[in-house]
Write a protein that binds this ligand. Structure first.
Ligand code: GTP
Ligand code: MG
Length: 202
């Protein structure tokens, strides 16, 4: 994917603050610290378009970006990380849910999971919730570089097993923000979700 431009638009908490745009939109979700913001930076070839870091809960708002003037990305705060204060976690749930339920240009969600962790209740509930609402979801397994090739395959099999009962497309995208593994394949799936060509401005 050729990136001509990638710009931060704004942060939002509530509906009135969402940017007024009709560009097809893709949201990135997953547990805190799983690598959502890093994945977006890797997709758009930028080191620091989105803030990343080792402190869980780095992303606390809905952050909107525009790519190539054709596509909108939303970096969502992470969920389910014990080290994020309960008061903040309580706010994030409704903020994310309202966004996913009401955002008209939203075409799909990229759910990011860590290859070292077998997904649990939270991921299953999230996938079922999306599928009930007819929101397509791409499943990405990131931090692939943290495991050897053999261990990667073992973990992928376990993760596939854990997600087998969830609705939606069962395919998994293996990814690494460190090595950029899987970047092109994920772009092509995102482009499909967004409804076609995303590189040229009209
Ligand atoms: P929150 O905003 O807190 O929910 O986190 P996040 O999901 O946006 O994670 P972020 O991208 O900030 O990354 C968290 C940590 O994991 C950082 O220290 C990153 O450098 C590291 N990280 C992210 N992706 C990868 C990856 O593919 N490989 C490796 N080795 N480290 C990664
Ligand atoms: Mg983040």
């Amino acid at each position: 994917m050729q990136i001509r431009s990638a710009e931060f638009v704004k942060s939002a908490v509530s509906r009135e603050q969402y940017p007024d745009t009709e560009l097809p939109e893709i949201a990135f979700a997953g547990r805190s610290n799983v690598g959502k913001s890093s994945l977006i930076n890797t997709l758009v070839n930028r080191k620091r378009l989105v803030k990343t870091g080792s402190t869980p809960g780095r992303t606390q708002l809905l952050n909107f970006f525009v790519i190539n003037d054709r596509l909108s990305f939303v970096d969502l705060p992470g969920y389910g990380y014990a080290r994020v204060p309960a008061a903040i976690r309580k706010k994030w749930g409704p903020m994310i849910e309202t966004y996913l339920r009401t955002r008209e240009p939203l075409r799909g969600v990229v759910l990011i999971m860590d290859i070292r962790r077998v997904p649990g209740e939270e991921e299953l509930r999230f996938l079922e919730w999306l599928s009930l609402r007819g929101l397509p979801c791409l499943r990405v397994i990131t931090k692939a570089d943290k495991l050897s090739k053999n261990k990667q395959n073992q973990q992928l099999a376990r993760i596939r097993g854990a997600l087998a009962t969830a609705g939606g497309n069962p395919g998994l995208h293996l990814f690494s923000s460190k090595t950029r593994k899987g970047r092109e394949a994920l772009w092509s799936a995102i482009t499909d979700l967004a409804g076609g060509e995303t590189t040229e401005a009209t």
